[in-house]
Ligand binder design. Structure first.
Ligand SMILES: [Zn+2]
Length: 140
């Protein structure tokens, strides 16, 4: 059975074998990236170093640190039902104009234009793009 080549490989292997830390966490501990740790472990495995982990500890860890499930975004109603300038913030997406209407201090808050943007990734519809990016002096 081969052995680690140097101190950093030994340190990585010690933490790895315990099975308590993820490659990410070992990387943080040793000042390396997750990929560097995974690569080092793979190279050691290829040289015949025993890189097996404590599976019992790993299983317990998964039990007590379950991966959180993503929470689905709840859209309570259809954005098409809003008049221009009255789109609530929750309905903004990559194709809706973000030109704000209203007062942030008012109880009703701010609503948005909601028109289709000029292109995907642009913030405003054609009308509001012009208002936002061209000064009055240049418009004449
Ligand atoms: Zn607009």
């Amino acid at each position: 059975m081969s052995e680690p080549k140097n101190a950093i490989e030994q340190a990585t292997l010690d933490l790895w074998r315990k099975g308590v830390m993820t490659a990410d966490e070992i990387g943080l501990e040793l000042g390396k990236s997750k990929n560097a740790i995974v690569g080092m472990v793979n190279r050691m495995r290829q040289r015949g170093v025993d890189v097996s982990r404590d599976e019992v500890v790993m299983a317990k860890r998964k039990l007590f640190h379950p991966v959180p499930k993503p929470i689905p975004v709840q859209l309570d109603d259809d954005p098409k039902g809003y008049e221009k300038g009255h789109l609530p913030v929750r309905h903004l997406n990559s194709r809706t104009c973000r030109w704000p209407y209203g007062d942030t201090r008012a109880e009703s808050g701010v609503t948005y234009c909601g028109d289709v943007t000029m292109e995907v990734g642009r913030s405003y519809c054609r009308e509001h793009h012009t208002k936002a990016y061209y000064s009055p002096s240049r418009r004449s």
